[in-house]
Design a protein around this ligand. Structure first.
Ligand code: HEC
Length: 605
């Protein structure tokens, strides 16, 4: 019934017999370590199946995808000889038996392993769906689905949707759960248990219960929305009321095709558990630096050898606030032009710091009153200044949001510019969108800051849906509204040549602002609720954007308008997308917050 052939073919035979066309594929096949074809009864040869290899004794996952002929090929460069287990990702399908297949990869010849997939049961498929797949499958009105997704912090931030959809709670039973979810600090918590690789026990689990907000009265609100409506909706689509299975068919987004299948993805699990990896940056030597925003250390991955090293960060506690138990950690990681690794210590706190890799030492800067610790990106040559924001303490709540430029040597404020409404009289009074933190669009709010090559300050005004620029010399504020209203620009990065890329979280689009002309071009994701989080340009001028909930990463060619969505081999939630500055070929990194992994994407074209 299942045809699994594990044979050995001479490299020579593959080279001459396989009939591949095109330089990239030829090069890859010539140096293949393991190849094969993936088929199923229903489809025959299957395109866009992720084939995932794990070497015995190593936690690293290496993944390639099948092409239009159902063929996959692992290059030797990525699969050392040894014993491996093979798994797949293709919604609706499983490997026979236990779900993995052992295979030997020899040093001499390319191995061959053909995979005949079986249909997944509904129960197995529920385990394969992404959050966006669930949202597509679930019945419900747009208003109901918006309740789940269009939040600053939504139910997909800390764990997968399956955890919610497998419950048997009635609406009344859901209310205390939702209320408890609202107490977790979004950037400092990760969920253990199903859907998470974090190893947690009763002792450590207390550590992620970091209350940043007082627990809301049960049933009152979640993210500014009526929690009862949310509870009622969830109880209509979960397994409550004695349902044996879901009362709707499970559907998944189409599998990747064509260019989207041509990438090698490597997943590096972080040795220390548990952790919350919010941010990441890659230095000129290709070292991957990541910040643990739950447990307060900086880590370094050397991808060539898959070795990790960790550095304890100085512990900084923010000023005591009502209901605040513990918020610390390393966030906003950025590398400057001289290789220092900057970070914010304790989000919501007051400390900016950099780690000097040469001396393996930290330097900290306490922010003066009214100034928050936030970090911009660094472009070529930039190491002397940093920007941050805040509100002058004497102005009370009416004080204008202010851009502060700091001297990177002393931490002293060099210049401060109030962020003013522009001459056209545009104000920031869109509909109020309260979130768990009680923020609204009535005034500008920098969700994230960045800068351009001229050291002008840039800010993603999430609620007002603008990009704001403050001229570093004159202090003049310019507002660039997103073409899509309420698109919620979340995180971004410039190319250092006048283009600024960002993710539109509620717009489900990646966007590129041309700072010279002031025009914003938007590139929609293929499916609603894919929630573009962060975007960054690569050295070729293409954009890369992460998605919350779809496990896809989008690549955008602004010249042709072509977009490509690469499906990751694992569930991911990433708050940043980072292009490696050290490689000749484009290499992109994601910090996988909930599964405690670093993901590397190497497109083959
Ligand atoms: C900031 C992180 C975070 C967010 C956001 C979050 N959760 Fe959770 N969730 C957790 C953690 C941590 C756990 C495990 C500890 C616990 O159960 O309290 C968990 C566990 C769960 C569980 C299993 C435990 C149980 O009581 O059944 C369900 C169901 C759940 N979450 C539903 C939701 C829903 C629905 C939302 C959106 C309203 C949501 N979560 C948003 C962190 C989060």
């Amino acid at each position: 019934m299942f045809r699994i052939t594990i044979g050995l073919l001479a490299v020579v035979a593959l080279l001459f017999g396989a009939g591949h066309r095109g330089p990239v594929v030829d090069a890859q096949t010539a140096a293949a370590a393991l190849t094969g074809t993936v088929t199923s009864k229903a489809e025959g040869a299957m395109e866009g199946v992720a084939v995932i290899a794990k070497r015995d004794g190593s936690p690293v996952l290496t993944s390639v995808m099948t092409d239009a002929r159902g063929q996959y090929s692992f290059p030797r460069s990525h699969l050392k000889p040894g014993k491996y287990t093979i798994a797949i990702r293709a919604a609706g399908y499983v490997l026979p038996g236990s779900g993995t297949i052992p295979v030997d990869v020899s040093a001499e010849a390319a191995g061959r392993l053909d995979l005949a997939l079986l249909d997944a049961t509904t129960d197995q498929m529920a385990n394969q769906l992404t959050t966006v797949d669930w949202l597509m499958s679930m019945p419900g009105t747009t208003a109901q689905k918006d309740l789940l997704v269009r939040k600053v912090v939504n139910c997909g931030f800390c764990h997968d949707m399956e955890r919610t959809l497998r419950t048997r709670y009635t609406a009344d039973q859901f209310l205390p759960v939702i209320s408890r979810m609202a107490t977790y600090a979004a950037d400092n918590s990760a969920a253990c248990g199903p859907g998470s690789a974090l190893i947690c026990d009763a002792k450590t689990s207390g550590r992620y219960q970091q209350q940043s907000v007082p627990r809301p009265p049960e049933g009152l609100s979640y993210g500014g929305a009526d929690a009862r409506l949310l509870a009622e909706y969830l109880a209509s689509v979960n397994l409550s009321g004695g349902r044996k299975t879901w009362n709707f068919p499970l559907k998944a987004m189409p599998r990747p095709k064509g260019r989207a299948t041509r990438a090698i993805v490597t997943v590096f699990p972080i040795p220390r558990q548990p952790n919350v990896i919010h941010d990441l940056a890659v230095d000129q030597n290709g070292h991957v630096w990541y910040g643990d925003s739950g447990w307060g250390y900086l880590g370094k991955l050397e991808p060539k050898t898959a070795t990790f090293k960790e550095y304890e960060a100085p512990q900084r506690w923010p000023e005591p606030q009502a209901g605040l138990k513990r918020v610390l950690g390393v966030q906003d990681v950025e590398v400057d032009a001289v290789g220092r690794v900057w970070a914010v210590l304790a989000l919501g706190g007051k400390t900016l710091a950099y780690f000097d890799p040469a001396r393996e030492a930290w330097k900290e800067f306490e922010m003066p009153g009214g100034v928050w610790a936030f970090l911009p990106s660094f472009h070529k040559g930039q190491a002397d200044t940093v920007w941050t924001t805040g509100r002058p303490p004497d102005g009370g709540n009416a004080a204008p949001l202010t851009a502060y430029r700091l001297n990177a040597k002393t931490g002293q404020v060099e210049a401060s510019f109030p962020i003013m409404v522009d001459a056209s009289g545009r104000d920031f009074s869109g509909p109020m969108r309260l979130d768990v933190y009680g923020m609204s669009s009535a005034r500008p709010f920098c969700y994230q800051i960045a800068r351009d090559a001229q050291d002008n300050f840039l800010c993603n005004d999430f609620y007002g849906s603008n990009i704001i620029r403050v001229n570093a010399k004159t202090g003049k504020t310019t507002i660039f509204p997103t073409p899509t209203p309420h698109a919620a620009p979340r995180r971004g990065r410039g190319d250092g040549e006048g283009r600024y890329w960002f993710g539109e979280f509620w717009g489900d689009k990646a966007a590129m602002l041309d700072l010279a002309t002031g025009t914003i071009r938007e590139f929609p994701f293929s499916t609603k609720y894919m929630s573009a989080y962060a975007a960054a340009p690569d050295a070729r001028g293409e954009g890369w954007a992460s998605s919350t909930g779809s496990d896809r990463v989008m690549r955008i060619n602004p010249q042709t308008g072509e977009t490509t969505e690469y499906l990751m081999p694992v569930y991911y939630d990433a708050r940043k997308v980072v292009v490696d500055p050290s490689t000749a070929n484009t290499t992109v990194w994601l910090p996988n917050k909930n599964l405690a992994q670093l993901i590397r994407i190497e497109p083959l074209d």
